[in-house]
Design a protein around this ligand. Structure first.
Ligand SMILES: Nc1c(C(=O)O)ncn1[C@@H]1O[C@H](COP(=O)(O)O)[C@@H](O)[C@H]1O
Length: 169
């Protein structure tokens, strides 16, 4: 397994599945499970302690509310940790999770993506791994080129629809 996807609860799965889906798209092996700093603290410590020796290269950790999981895992492992703030059902509009994951003290960084942005977490994991793997790096580059093509198609569509576009008329 190259990437470990963990989340504070199975109620986060509908969001975190997007990280798994994009890793699959890039052909990156992953594992996915529930680990909670609050509810399973010993499992969290063991997961973080053993992650590197088990061969993981990047950890994606998603959590909602008082989201301590990504930061606590990052405090234990030397692997890069990508944090996904999740807007859980009784959250304060997701701000609780965003701030919990984002505002890490100096020394223990968590690469925080946007609220519910598990897909971006998967793409970031692919980008990190792609820096050391030419084939994967090329796949990431192609993915971005395709995004650009999609946007340019939309530019043409707007033009065809009669919108005035002086920039690339
Ligand atoms: N933030 C954390 C942690 C943690 O950080 O350890 N453990 C669970 N949770 C979060 O609690 C929310 C509600 O969980 P339940 O739906 O199980 O009550 C979830 O979004 C989960 O990530």
């Amino acid at each position: 397994m190259h990437v470990g996807i963990i989340m504070g609860s199975d109620s986060d799965l509908s969001i975190m599945q997007a990280a798994a889906d994009v890793l699959k798209e890039f052909g990156i092996s992953y594992e996915l499970t529930v680990v909670s700093a609050h509810r399973t603290p010993l499992r969290m410590v063991e997961y973080a302690q053993k992650a590197k020796e088990r061969g993981l290269k990047v950890i994606i950790a998603g959590a909602g509310g008082a989201a301590h999981l990504p930061g606590m895992v990052a405090s234990i492992t030397s692997l890069p940790v990508i944090g996904v703030p999740i807007k859980s059902s009784n959250s304060i509009d997701g701000w609780d999770s965003v701030l919990s994951i984002l505002q890490m003290p100096n020394g223990i960084p968590v690469a925080t993506v946007a609220l519910n942005a598990a897909k971006n977490a998967g793409i970031l994991a692919a980008t990190i791994l792609g820096a050391f793997d030419e084939n994967l790096g090329n796949k990431v580059a192609t993915y971005k080129q395709n995004l650009e093509k999609e946007v340019l198609k939309k530019v043409d569509k707007l033009k065809e629809g009669g919108q005035p576009n002086g920039f690339d008329a």
